[in-house]
Design a protein around this ligand. Structure first.
Ligand code: G3P
Length: 217
């Protein structure tokens, strides 16, 4: 499973990237706002650190303007994936931009039928939002499962990018179902390393070695 970092915070992306944990990055207008950075500048900086796909989202709602914005974003670097929303205009933009050889990430997907449309429009990635479905008491994992089955039934190459990942269980379940990619905030990725039995076991080992009075260094 590929790991994308859902962030526009350079330090956090760089820290995870140095550990080999970053196969790509996803940003969106809210993450750009949080970073307090200029969208073009911060996206360029992220692309200079990370070699995998870096999603940058259009802000227009009408296809022609989305296409123009997408073309501008694609000039930032070779590894830009243009992110468009799953609207009818977004699908039109996806078709044109992917036809021009760009990676396109279709975002804000909340149904398997939407995912089917995105694949037919040539999306490189489809981003189903797990956490936001859970927020309204719909199991987001059912959506990942449905999309996996449908894409496999027909051999669609669009990659399932599990998004709006908020918990370690979201990561685990997405991996079990076979999502191609998951994107999560840095804190969620780091929390994958935590387990209370690891902490407890380590504390016991350290206490025991201290009793022996031995030191390695
Ligand atoms: O990848 C999409 C993500 O940024 C949305 O996450 O937690 O705002 O639903 P969230």
């Amino acid at each position: 499973m590929k790991f994308f970092v859902d962030s526009a915070e350079i330090d956090q992306i760089a820290e995870l990237n140095d550990l080999g944990m970053v196969d790509g990055v996803t940003t969106n207008p809210s993450l750009i706002m949080k970073s307090s950075r200029d969208i073009i500048e911060v996206t360029k900086e992220i692309c200079s650190i990370v070699s995998g796909p870096v999603s940058a989202e259009v802000t227009a709602t009408e296809a022609e303007t989305m296409i123009a914005e997408g073309r501008k974003l694609s000039k930032i670097a070779d590894n830009i994936a243009i992110k468009v929303p799953l609207t009818w205009d977004g699908l039109k933009a996806c078709k044109v931009l992917s036809g021009e050889g760009n990676m396109v990430n279709v975002t804000l997907c909340f149904s398997a039928n939407q995912a089917l449309l995105a694949a037919k429009a040539g999306a490189t990635f489809i981003s189903p939002f797990i956490g936001r479905l859970d927020d309204i008491n719909i199991d987001g994992m059912d959506l990942i499962e449905d999309i996996r089955v449908i894409y496999d039934n027909y051999g669609f190459e669009t990659q399932i990018l599990a998004a709006s990942i908020r918990t370690v269980n979201h990561v685990l379940e997405s991996a079990r179902i076979g999502a191609d990619v998951m994107t999560a905030p840095p804190a969620v990725i780091k929390s994958l390393a935590s387990h209370p039995l690891t902490d407890k076991g380590l504390a016991a080992f350290l206490a025991d070695i201290e009793k022996t009075g031995q030191k390695i260094l």
